[in-house]
Design a protein around this ligand. Structure first.
Ligand code: NAD
Length: 496
């Protein structure tokens, strides 16, 4: 059985516990590897490696750091297919989608290649006689990233390119469900010339995470995962004096107005709901059909869902792979059952789907549930599977009110032909990322990504300008040159 190890100080390490967790292939249901589970001692070893590498890396010139970033970009680009295949084998998503994930991660690396532009400070000349002020930003030290299963390459790449380009050293704790890609990334960093100890990986689960949160040698923690864990991360790491950004779960609503191109909307929404088997934090999981849009839209959505090919992610022509674990499938099917019990109508039913030749795989077919109301369990939960709930509203204002009553605020979208309606929507919703005729409005790397309300705890969004701010802190220098000609005063300094 292949064992996925830690990466500490430029080499693999099997850790101190001897405990391992299974890594499955969701398309077959079979265990394909095991991953070591890091202890507090393993976390400490990674912190010591990262702290040892920090003085040299943080003091290296911007041009030296960006040379490594450019080399890393080339290597990831050249090895994108290898990374995508690993993602497909451990996560289950189709290969083209896995390649898309690598591409979106690469865009953050490319953003970080331009860190020189981001780190330009501010300068004020002659703030007092012969006195100038400069503000610039310095790295924080050792920082950590704790990431979810659903984007094993992209979400870590939201974090470490910016952190490392800014001069920090980094410890990644990947998801234990699909950990292998993290080690390929570590080797690519080494090949790109990153000094040992600047990028480390500690594999593990909740106990490993808690050791990271409590370690006094870690200055900041970035987390992406579900909301209950995000709350835990934020509370515990903040209590330990760390800077924290903790991105949580989502329940993303799309509103379809009667003036929208319904065929276009249905086609876009089916891809947004069922792509990656709905296991995206920006997946659309709720459609609010306004007024007369409902019936036409529902027919079109069902037709789109019927046309989806479900199967192993490596097979050409497959649109949607399995969900990540048997437990995830049971949970999703249980939520569909609950909707049926509570009076919703299952229009397209993905329960009980078997894929010929992959009978052991964790498959759930595309599912559309109509006449859902906000009191139902399927509406309250983050399903995180290929399930689209349809609600109805009489007006756009009612649709906006529904979205704003939801505790999550990650993404949302409107489909309409009206600029005025789109403007009212974008201004009215309490959500961090909004699409207009764009169902999955994931910002490019040079903008920042983040939700509102229960979808993010902390001040900063990830990557883009907010990412740079998160991984650096400001220093302001007030300087007088040449030597003062007068004696120092004991009074509060004031401008002359
Ligand atoms: P998860 O919260 O179960 O796990 C995320 C990370 O936390 C993993 O590394 C895991 O090992 C660790 N963890 C799990 N339980 C823990 C505990 N009790 N204490 C400490 N650490 C723990 O999330 P997941 O199932 O891997 O990923 C899916 C979730 O991530 C969904 O809720 C999805 O919406 C969310 N997500 C959010 C975003 C975003 O940008 N907001 C992006 C991707 C995924």
């Amino acid at each position: 059985m292949r064992t996925v190890e830690h990466w500490i100080a430029g080499t693999t390490a099997d850790g101190s516990s001897g405990a391992c967790a299974p890594v499955f292939n969701p398309a077959t249901g079979e265990q394909q590897a095991q991953v070591v589970l890091g202890t507090a001692a393993d976390v400490d070893a990674a912190v010591r490696a990262a702290a040892g590498a920090y003085p040299e890396w943080s003091q290296s010139s911007i041009s030296r750091r960006t040379k490594v970033l450019f080399a890393f970009r080339e290597l990831v680009n050249a090895r994108a297919m290898e990374l995508a295949e690993l993602i497909t084998d451990e996560h289950g998503k189709v290969l083209s989608d896995a390649l898309g994930e690598v591409q979106r991660g690469l865009e953050v690396v490319e953003f970080a290649c331009g860190i020189a532009q981001q780190l330009k400070g501010e300068f004020s000349d002659q703030v007092s006689a012969d006195v100038d002020s400069t503000t610039y930003r310095e790295p924080l030290g050792v920082v950590a990233g704790i990431t979810p299963f659903n984007f094993p390459a992209m979400v870590p790449m939201w974090m470490f390119p910016v952190a490392i380009a800014a001069g920090n050293t980094f410890i990644l704790k990947p998801s234990e469900r699909d950990p292998s890609v993290s080690l390929v990334i570590a080797r690519l960093w080494a090949e790109a010339g990153l000094p040992d100890g600047v990028f480390n990986v500690v594999q593990g689960d909740a106990a490993t995470v808690d050791a990271i949160l409590d370690h006094p040698g870690i200055a900041a923690v970035s987390f992406v995962g579900s909301t209950p864990i995000a709350r835990h991360i934020h509370a515990r790491a903040t209590a330990a004096g760390k800077r924290v950004q903790a991105l949580g779960g989502a329940k993303n609503h799309a509103v379809v107005l009667p003036d929208a191109d319904l065929s276009f909307a249905a086609n876009q929404l089916a891809a947004a709901a069922f792509g990656s088997a709905g296991e995206r934090c920006m997946a659309i999981s709720v459609v609010i059909a306004v007024g007369s849009a409902a019936d036409g839209l529902l027919d079109l959505l069902q037709r789109e869902a019927d046309g989806i090919t479900v199967g192993p992610g490596r097979v050409t022509g497959v649109d949607m792979g399995p969900v990540v674990t048997a437990a995830a499938r049971e949970r999703i099917v249980g939520l569909i059952d609950s909707a049926e019990r509570q009076g919703a109508r299952i229009c397209t039913d993905g329960r009980g789907l078997t894929v010929e030749g992959s009978e052991g795989g964790f498959f759930v077919g595309p599912t559309i549930i109509d006449r859902v109301d906000p009191g139902m369990e399927v509406y309250g939960a983050e399903v995180f599977g290929p399930v689209l709930a349809v609600l109805r509203a009489d007006t756009l204002d009612q649709a906006i009110a529904l979205i704003n009553a939801n505790p999550y605020g990650n993404g949302t979208a409107i489909f309409t032909g009206s600029g005025a309606a789109a403007r009212a929507f974008t201004r009215g919703v309490h959500v961090g990322m909004v699409g207009v005729n764009v169902p999955v409005p994931v910002p490019m790397a040079y903008h920042s990504f983040g939700g509102w309300k229960d979808s993010l705890m902390g001040e900063h969004h990830v990557h883009g300008p907010d990412g740079v701010r998160f991984y650096t802190r400001a220093k302001v220098v007030t300087a007088r040159w040449p030597q003062p000609v007068e004696a120092a005063s004991f009074d509060m300094p004031t401008a002359r």
